[in-house]
Design a binder for this molecule. Sequence first.
Ligand SMILES: Nc1ncnc2c1ncn2[C@@H]1O[C@H](COP(=O)(O)OS(=O)(=O)O)[C@@H](OP(=O)(O)O)[C@H]1O
Length: 405
Amino acid sequence: MKMIERLQHNSNKSVGAYSERDSKELRNANSTFSLRENFSRGPPSGETMHAPVYFPTTRHFLWMTKCVGMKSRKCISRSHIMPAVVLMTVVCVLFCIIQACSLSHAGQIGRNSSTSQLYSLRQYLVRNFKGWSAQNDQIRRLTMVKEQNRFPSCIIFGVSKGGTRAVCEYLKLHPDVVAPSDEIHFYDNLTLQKEKGVDWYLRQMPASKPNQITVEKSPDYFQHPQSARLIYETNNCTKLLLLLRDPVERLISQYMQLVEKNPSLPAFEEWVIDPITGEVNVKHPSVMVSAYSQYLGDWLSVFPRDQIHIIESDSLRVHPLEEMKIVEEFLKIRPYFTEGDFYFNVSRGFYCNRIRATGKTKCLGKSKGREHIPVKSEILERLHKFYLPYNQELNRILKMKFPWS
Ligand SMILES: Nc1ncnc2c1ncn2[C@@H]1O[C@H](COP(=O)(O)OS(=O)(=O)O)[C@@H](OP(=O)(O)O)[C@H]1O
């Protein structure tokens, strides 16, 4: 205490005149006082506020009166500046990363899982800090990157094994198109509709900019009785893409997929022919999906014909560029596809893509283009005969003719 009194006594000395020994002692003295203790004591009687440097509680007092208000440069020492610079650098770097991820998600930069995680972090921060959110919106307005989740303008609604993945992947190359990477299966799943609702469906769509359209592909919508009406109720302007393939080929393709998942499935002939009646087994939903006319009526009773574009699968396989140009026109997106975007991959047996930005090639996964089992001609004939009336009805409804109908 003696030492403190001496220091208080010296309080009218100038800072410069203060000896190094004194300041060392002052530091030690201050460190023995708790913050609360010092403030409750207040300045000793007779002590004036203009020289708080020499008051025993100087350190805390300084922080309260000068440093916090940043009015005095004296109190900003090197030990304060360095952490502040480091902190500001970290904040700036984080801000840049998060903004970059935002752009990336909007399709400006390549996407990967870590950027989408950071994008989610950014979304979380934006939601939670309203001030930052307002600032962020302003930045977005200024940079014209107004990205948001939108309901699909186009749904590839069927048919399963018709080449739906190929069309979706081709479309995703177009800069004006975004699409979820997976099938959403919302309109063919009553539980999803009841429990999660249409807001959930919207959240599954990737963010898009105003000049982009969203495309979704879930080929099982085609045979689901409620899908057409539900899609129309969500967005009656939705354009629909339908791929139709030779019904027998489509059935064999689906059987190949089923048998890969369940190797104990009977051989194709036994599976497709009902052992009791000796007729085509209509109990298999997969058999009936190829009876296209059965389902198409539902869609045409809800959607105007000009909102549905039909692609014949074999034509897409052989002439992808021509078919995609027609799709561009149908979707009213700017012409983008050129010959250089497609190349025939001999080992896969279909066209794959060449990515413009990187020059790399991109093919569909191994689950596409499975080798088909050989089927006896007698079974093939029976199947063609079975589908004939459905194909004729299809021609009548669509006023079109297909190579297999
Ligand atoms: N470019 C192109 N054009 C036309 N068809 C193509 C193309 N690329 C792949 N395929 C064939 O599409 C079949 C898979 O169809 P989907 O993608 O609709 O299958 S799925 O319903 O999503 O599982 C699948 O049929 P299978 O060969 O019978 O497996 C593919 O061969």
